[in-house]
Design a protein around this ligand. Structure first.
Ligand code: 6PG
Length: 620
């Protein structure tokens, strides 16, 4: 592509010859009406071009089914290129023959029988929207040199770079390679600790035979087509900043960095701003699904610069999981760090779903079930409460090591990497009562005080569990009840953050990309996709209201039995407390207001004064 006179036909023909593939001149495909119009000296408008561009797009598609080809076309506007590229984004490459107005005019004037006026050329430069994602070549080089450069870019350079080959980085690389993308891999070299990681990894898997492996940053960056697309899969936190600083001297304007780790969304916003000053685009993206998801199809939550996102969209969509309608579980989330924000909340919801299952297991154990029986009970819940986490927990309780169940041999201290902590902080900052998330997080913290728990367990009397008077169906209903409250709270946090940060997030789309690939995929999530098309408050949905009302008696029964029998079920209990709170018309906060006014003259508003005026009383 390029303006008239840039030499695209000459170069295109030569390149096609060298690559031994067919060549097509776009101008030969104009319909009769366009030719007539041009012959009469009238310029074509966008409507005239539409059908012609579609013809060229079909031509490219047809050629791609058997081989490759070179098509030359001025394609000056982005929207023309969008039509030309429709459906073949993964398999096409743009080459932009670039030169200044004066350079091109000189070239034209040197041609015999040239017909192009300087004004016509000027008008082409005026409408030219330079492509961001093309291989750019200087027209002043000789045709042979140009063809050599294009060939090198096309055949040697990689389309996508993966930086950091930890568990997730490795799986994502294999996923990209399995989708036929040409990739470059990088892992740092640390004497005696990390040596030839990329090279060894490449040799391990046949799908990586076409990938290029590096432990030298400059060589890695240079192996990529420009604008470069590099996904960072390194530890969240300071490491990201170090990596960015290491990469920066080697990058060029408009290159794109994608952070696929669980980074703090506020940091992502800062990095966005910082990298903009360096001419680099930054996309913070949540990636969920663990090792297996990353390999077979994760849920991907990209955010940041939308224009830059469009350039990585084909890659991310292709490697993502697909929903039940075969749509990618990957969508542009919104500006700033919104993708990482929703991933953080995803993890908060995940913490609760995990905690609820742990509490369910505690109850089932207390009513006398061994791990095999717990597994069987959970298995039977698949029809009504299906989720990935239920599925893996079912498998966990079945797993034996020798004669005993493995789960019984695991130290009861739950780890965490910080996202649940951040979600709880964000809830407090946005003023959203995510009580279940906080409860699930703090349960992990309590679990960590193992030594103190052992010590204190000796001093306090606990009830035996013999009086537990509940059925497994009661437990199932209590579990379903709490899951609805969990999803209400998690999405509430996203909605409030979206409103307060002016992110304008599409909540139904977020639920949709969480229906597959991610850790919290479930049939409930599938239901929420439709619920969020109608309302942002799931507790106003008729069917969910019905379910909550149906399950609440079981939830009350289970929780009260647990309290009476000294079973620890904080998340289940919070669910009831929260529903009671959020459905109470006149709450106890009047007392708090009176106390605040009493000791601090903080004032209060009165029910009998609709003006909302502040009142103060001398309480003595
Ligand atoms: C996912 C997971 C993943 C990971 C987190 C949570 O969606 O694939 O959420 O990101 O499991 O690191 O881990 P912690 O439990 O260690 O906080």
């Amino acid at each position: 592509m390029g303006v008239s006179g840039c030499g695209k036909s000459t170069i295109g023909k030569l390149l096609a010859q060298k690559l031994n593939i067919p060549f097509f001149d776009g101008d030969d495909f104009h319909p009769e009406t366009n030719i007539k119009k041009m012959c009469s000296g009238k310029p074509l408008n966008d409507d005239d071009r539409q059908g012609w561009l579609e013809t060229l797009n079909n031509l490219a598609k047809e050629q791609l089914t058997t081989n490759s080809c070179i098509i030359v076309c001025s394609a000056l506007k982005e929207k023309y290129r969008t039509i030309l590229n429709e459906g073949i984004q993964n398999n096409s490459e743009w080459v932009f023959l670039e030169g200044s107005f004066k350079q091109i005019l000189d070239r034209i004037n040197k041609r015999e029988n040239h017909f192009m006026s300087s004004n016509l050329l000027k008008s082409q430069f005026k409408i030219l929207e330079e492509p961001k994602n093309a291989i750019k070549i200087d027209v002043n080089l000789t045709p042979n040199a140009i063809v050599k450069m294009i060939k090198k870019e096309l055949t040697v350079k990689s389309q996508f770079g993966l930086f950091g080959l930890g568990v997730m980085g490795k799986s994502l690389s294999r996923n990209l390679a399995n989708k036929d993308f040409k990739i470059s891999l990088f892992n740092r070299h640390v004497e005696k600790v990390e040596v030839d990681v990329a090279k060894n990894f490449k040799e391990q898997y046949s799908e990586l035979s076409n990938a290029a492996a590096f432990d030298d940053i400059a060589a890695f960056v240079n192996s990529l087509q420009t604008p470069r697309k590099i996904m960072l899969m390194v530890n969240a936190g300071k490491t990201i900043d170090y990596v960015i600083e290491d990469l920066l001297p080697h990058l060029s304007e408009n290159d794109i960095l994608i952070d696929g780790g669980n980074s703090n969304y506020k940091k992502t916003k800062e990095r966005n701003v910082y990298l903009k000053t360096k001419g680099i685009h930054f996309i913070g993206t949540g990636v969920s699904g663990g090792e297996e998801g990353a390999l077979k199809g994760p849920s991907i939550m990209p955010s940041g610069d939308k224009e830059a996102y469009k350039q990585v969209q084909p890659y991310l969509e292709k490697i993502s999981a697909k929903d039940k309608n075969d749509l990618p579980c990957c969508t542009y989330i919104g500006p700033e760090g919104s993708g990482q924000f929703i991933k953080m909340v995803h993890n908060g919801i995940e913490y609760v779903e995990m905690q609820l299952l742990a509490e369910v297991a505690t109850i089932l154990k207390a009513i006398g079930q061994n791990p095999d029986e717990i597994s069987t009970t959970l298995e039977s819940w698949k029809d009504t409460a299906s989720s990935y986490l239920l599925e893996i927990t079912t498998a966990i309780f079945k797993k034996k090591e020798g004669n005993d169940w493995l789960v019984n041999k695991i130290l009861d201290k739950a780890g965490n990497k910080g996202t649940g902590n951040w979600t709880t902080i964000a809830s407090a900052e946005f003023g959203v009562p995510s009580t279940l998330i906080a409860s699930a997080l703090f349960s992990r913290y309590v679990s960590f005080y193992k030594e103190e728990r052992i010590l204190l367990s000796k001093s306090f009397v606990t009830h035996s569990n013999s009086e537990l008077n509940i059925t497994t169906n009661d437990v199932l209903e209590a579990y379903q009840f709490a899951r609805i409250i969990n999803h209400y709270q998690g999405f509430k946090l996203i909605i409030e953050a979206s409103n307060k940060s002016a992110w304008n997030l599409n909540i139904s789309e977020i639920a949709r990309i969480w229906t597959n690939g991610c850790i919290i995929r479930s049939t409930l999530m599938e239901d929420l996709v439709d619920v969020f098309k109608e309302t942002t408050n799931i507790l106003t949905d008729v069917e969910l209201i019905e379910k909550v009302n149906q399950f609440k008696p079981s939830a009350k029964k289970v929780i009260s039995q647990c309290v009476l029998n000294d079973l620890t079920t904080p998340a289940l209990s919070e669910a009831i407390q929260f529903l009671n709170g959020i459905t109470t018309e006149y709450a106890s906060a009047n007392v708090i207001q009176a106390q605040r006014d009493y000791f601090g003259s903080h004032t209060y508003q009165r029910l009998d004064d609709p003006s909302g005026k502040s009142h103060h009383t001398n309480w003595n």
